[in-house]
Ligand binder design. Structure first.
Ligand SMILES: Cc1cc2nc3c(=O)[nH]c(=O)nc-3n(C[C@H](O)[C@H](O)[C@H](O)COP(=O)(O)O)c2cc1C
Length: 215
């Protein structure tokens, strides 16, 4: 989002986050298992009367963080102007976040990794070495849920997928209120036939809704 001069409009950071949920899908596969999981999690969010919006990262054109450090001064990413520029107000403005990624080589997808790395602009660093850090997303009651889906049946083959989302989100200021690992699913959208998994996804969404909008 840019202002009339083509510079990034930072006004969205003046408002505190709203009790809404942003869902982010990390699969390159349209109508794949991550899409089905994200849809069912967000269904749970809506069931409990919280506004939600889901975005598949494959529909955005954006680069990974280039480490230019312009965000140190500008407090938002100004080194790149791309699809993430549109995402920042949504991330910042939503108290709740859902991340869903398939396992690619024991880890999150490149799309999800690039998305998480681009949140680097929300950190503040001191001049010490190593640099002491804090996050401008912290202390605002942000909550998140995570889901991952892998082909193999053994937990080992999901590798670091959940941890690769959990650690950075916790560091940047989210409390993880639930996680859903789904194993043994390969075919596109096949998870849609797993009633128990879909129910678990919806329950996760409801739990998140209750945390971002209690009472
Ligand atoms: C490049 C690539 C790497 C993958 N690596 C793994 C893996 O390490 N472990 C695993 O169990 N499944 C792996 N899979 C299978 C996917 O995790 C699985 O098919 C999943 O259901 C895809 O979800 P999606 O439909 O949301 O993309 C891989 C798939 C691809 C395309």
């Amino acid at each position: 989002m840019t202002d009339s001069n083509g510079f990034i409009d930072k006004s969205f950071m003046v408002q505190p986050p709203k009790p809404t949920v942003l869902g982010v899908g990390g699969s390159p596969r349209k109508a794949g298992n991550s899409d089905v999981l994200l849809k069912n999690i967000l269904k749970g969010v809506i069931d409990n009367n919280v506004f939600s919006r889901g975005i598949p990262l494959r529909d955005l054109y954006y680069q990974p963080c280039i480490g230019c450090e312009k965000c140190r001064k500008d407090k938002i990413c100004t080194g790149l102007n791309d699809g993430m520029t549109l995402m920042y107000p949504q991330v910042y403005g939503s108290l709740g976040l859902v991340l869903v990624s398939p396992t690619h080589n024991y880890n999150i997808t490149a799309w999800m990794k690039a998305f998480i790395d681009r949140l680097y602009c929300f950190y503040d660093f001191e001049d010490t070495r190593p640099r002491a850090w804090s996050s401008r997303l912290a202390g605002q009651g942000r909550k998140a849920v995570l889901a991952a889906v892998a082909e193999q049946a053994d937990e080992y083959d999901m590798g670091f997928t959940l941890e690769a989302m959990r650690r950075p989100l916790e560091a940047i200021g989210y409390e993880i209120v639930g996680e859903l690992p789904v194993l043994g699913i390969f075919d596109r959208g096949k998870v849609g036939q797993e009633e128990e998994v879909l129910n678990a996804a919806t329950m996760l969404g409801r739990e998140l809704a209750d945390k971002v909008s209690p009472g």
